[in-house]
Every structure is written in structure tokens, then in C-alpha cells.
Design a protein. Structure first.
Length: 280
């Protein structure tokens, strides 16, 4: 990846993270930890990989994204606002009564959201249905589904994985955000899903393991996913929960806790300093 693109994506990811902090602070609730860990992936998807048009969010030939781990909606909303689907001012009204942006994605109320999610394990099934529809229509658009590593403890995920491989849905790319922590603690202590790559491989997937914060590896993985024919791809990305905010990183307590004013100020200063360094 050339330096200019990497810089542009790094700037986008940092701004997405700032939106996560802005939204959860103003909501006084939400899920910053997993939103921050997936921000680099969303930056790559919306600003490099996916074919989407903010002026025509329901375009028939668009690529689709299903945020199966729907509680990390603050990152999705921040990415959509940055892309131009709606005003960034909406971020400040996250989770407020009557606001556009609720605690989980709503495809009927938010431009750019392709699937309503929140009940963990179900989003990948919807993504499989979309991918199969694309195959039946001989369409060239692709479907991306982002899952949490705690989420894949749900049995429905593996039913969907079996279906995806059986139907040879090579237009489907599943991203597992393996940050190692879920609401109750480390995933390997709660109900270990490990080894994740071997499980997806056993279900018939093309499997790629990456550092989820390295844009070179992210680019190579999505390029390889597009090139793979005859089977779906699972990208297992190792990531850091709370990435980008020092006191949130690798802390399970930030799974579903909003920052107070002092924490908000510190987080925004850290991210602001990161952004300033990138834009210098």
C-alpha cells in the first residue's frame, strides 16, 4: 500500500474513533471497546474496499455490509457519517429518544445501514441470504459481515458458515474481530471459540489471519478474498479492544461503559494528537 493511501486510511480510522468517543460520551451509554477495535477495518471497507454511494444508499449494485456484532454501532455510524451518508452532528444524539442513531443498527431508519442487527449470531445468516441472492442474480456486488469473537460462541454462526460453504458463496467475506475480550471477560475463559481459523477452515472457508490494525495486511486480505473463487472467505483479525485510547486498550471494563467528562477529554486529546501527527 502506498504511503498516501495509508495516511488517508489512518486519518479516517482516527476520525472514526473520535466519533465513537463523541457518541458514547453524549449517550452516556454504549460500547466503545469493540467499536474502537474494528475502526481500522471500517475505515478500509468504506474508504477503499466497498462500492457504496452516500447519495444513493440503496443502489441495487452496491456492496453490502452486515455489522453482525451490532453493539459496535458507534463505529459504523461514525464511518457512515464520515463517508457522507448523514451529518456528523447525528453522532452527538446517539441513543437519544427519537434520534436517527439508536443503540443497534436500524436499516429502516439510518441511511447506509444494510441490515438491522443486535441479536448476536444472526447477522451472518442475513449476510448469507444477501450473498445467495447476489449469486442467483449473477450480480457482481459483494457482502461483508463483521462478527465478534465472543459472538461466534453462538451456534447459529456455524449453521450459517456451513450454509455459506455449501452454497459456494465466494461473494461473502466474513471478518471476525478477535480482540480476545467479551462482556464477561476473556473469550478463552468464558467459552473458548479457539482455534478460530481451523474452525472456519473445517467448515469450508478460505481463511486468512491478519493484524487488524495493519493496513498492508488488511489490504492483502481483502484482495485475496476477492480473488478466491468457489468458497467464502473468513478474515480472522487480531485486534486490540479499545484501540487508540490508552486507558481503554485491552480493558474488558470498556466493553459497555461510556466515558465520563474527564475520560472523554483525555480520549479526545489522545486521538486529536494522533490525528494532528497524521495530518502534519
Amino acid at each position: 500500500m502506498d504511503a498516501s493511501l495509508k495516511k488517508r486510511l489512518s486519518v479516517a480510522a482516527t476520525k472514526i474513533r473520535m466519533g465513537v468517543i463523541e457518541g458514547t460520551f453524549n449517550a452516556k451509554s454504549g460500547h466503545p471497546g469493540g467499536s474502537l477495535s474494528v475502526s481500522d477495518t471500517l475505515a478500509y471497507l468504506y474508504f477503499k474496499e466497498m462500492k457504496v454511494d452516500p447519495k444513493n444508499p440503496k443502489a441495487a449494485d452496491r456492496d453490502r455490509l452486515v455489522l453482525s456484532k451490532g453493539h459496535t454501532a458507534p463505529a459504523l455510524y461514525s464511518a457512515l457519517a464520515l463517508k457522507g451518508f448523514f451529518s456528523s452532528e447525528e453522532i452527538k444524539h446517539l441513543r437519544h429518544t427519537g434520534a436517527m442513531l439508536q443503540g443497534h443498527p436500524d436499516m429502516k431508519g439510518t441511511p447506509g445501514v444494510d441490515m438491522s442487527t443486535g441479536s448476536l449470531g444472526q447477522g451472518i445468516s442475513a449476510a448469507c441470504g444477501m450473498a445467495l441472492a447476489g449469486k442467483l442474480d449473477n450480480a457482481d456486488w459483494r457482502v461483508y459481515a463483521i462478527l465478534g469473537d465472543g459472538e461466534i460462541e453462538e451456534g447459529q454462526v456455524w449453521e450459517a458458515a456451513m450454509f455459506a460453504a455449501h452454497k459456494k458463496l465466494d461473494n461473502l467475506c466474513v471478518i471476525v474481530d478477535n480482540n480476545g475480550l467479551q462482556i464477561d471477560g476473556p473469550v478463552d475463559e468464558v467459552n473458548s471459540p479457539y482455534p478460530i481459523p481451523e474452525k472456519f477452515a473445517a467448515f469450508g472457508f478460505n481463511v486468512i489471519v491478519i493484524d487488524g490494525h495493519d493496513f498492508d495486511q488488511i489490504e492483502a486480505a481483502f484482495d485475496a478474498a476477492r480473488a478466491c473463487k468457489g468458497k467464502p472467505t473468513a478474515i480472522i483479525q487480531h485486534s486490540v479492544k479499545g484501540k487508540g485510547v490508552s486507558f481503554m486498550e485491552n480493558q474488558v471494563s470498556w466493553h459497555g461503559t461510556a466515558p465520563n467528562k474527564e475520560q472523554y477529554d483525555q480520549a479526545m486529546k489522545e486521538l486529536g494528537d494522533t490525528l494532528a501527527a497524521l495530518e502534519a
